[in-house]
Design a protein around this ligand. Sequence first.
Ligand code: DGY
Length: 334
Amino acid sequence: MRVYVTRKLPDEVAGILTPFFEVESWPHEDVPVSRSALLSGVETADGLVRLLTDRIDRSVLDGARRLKIVANVAVGFDNVDVGACTERGIAVTNTPGVLTESTADLAFALLLAAARRIPEAQDALKRFEWKAWSLMFLTGRDVHSATLGIVGMGRIGRAVARRAAGFSMRILYYSRRRDAEIEGETGAVFRPLDELLRESDFVSIHLPLTEETRHLIGERELSLMKPTSVLVNTSRGPVVDEAALCHALERRTIWAAGLDVYEEEPLPAQSPLRSLDNVVLLPHIGSATVTTRTRMASMAAENVREFLLRGKALTPVNPEVLALRRAIEQPNAD
Ligand code: DGY
């Protein structure tokens, strides 16, 4: 069987696949696969390992005659047409769990950096603008004892709540489901979204991108936030209406933001975000530690190996495909 990989993988990860499959890979580490290479790569592939930069839509799937699994090297799979995969009996997998703690660390780093103006302070020092210790020079906002609103209490939201408890923060959260365990562990209190936005000093977003969450935080929601508040987004850019956010930051109707994700990535050269001094901008590095990124890629490779060799996936997004395949392959199993 043949596996196509849309980016050069570390040798130890490639080694999960090469003993069992013919593996072809886009040769670059830092350049996304071209559309034409992707289309020809999947033509005869049984398995596909892809990154979040590579859109898997109907036009890719239509040419992928033998494809059985799309293994996503990310927990978010908004750039894969899962419905179209399911229709074609193609399994989709993602990488939940392995990146939770690293992403929560980065959300907290952004929260601290924006609140305490860390990049701005370092720039000032490097530009020789630190002339003397002054009373109100580069004063920021206290994180300890402030109120943190977590929007989306999944794995990463819960990991952020645990960190916030260590900073003696009051924790509010908004989620589809209430989470008694994290409420007990951190004292987090459920609030409807509007109330959470009104009451919080910091708002951190941890939602997947879906049709329901696209632009969930728009002009109206930003206008509910305190003028002293900080918005942090490490989930997906389009959950926040970026134009409305720029406007709020420019007019200082919110105090600052810390962003790792954008409506368009990489962030366009002309984005007004680049010229604001009250926003900390990172290039989608939430899970970017050596250990976590290696685990994510390994998990994707293991999903392909297990599915193609044994019909099992470790972390399926559309488990109905697996059940269907089992029923076809072993009709009398039950
Ligand atoms: C994900 O896994 O969805 C992240 O955005 C990449 O770390």
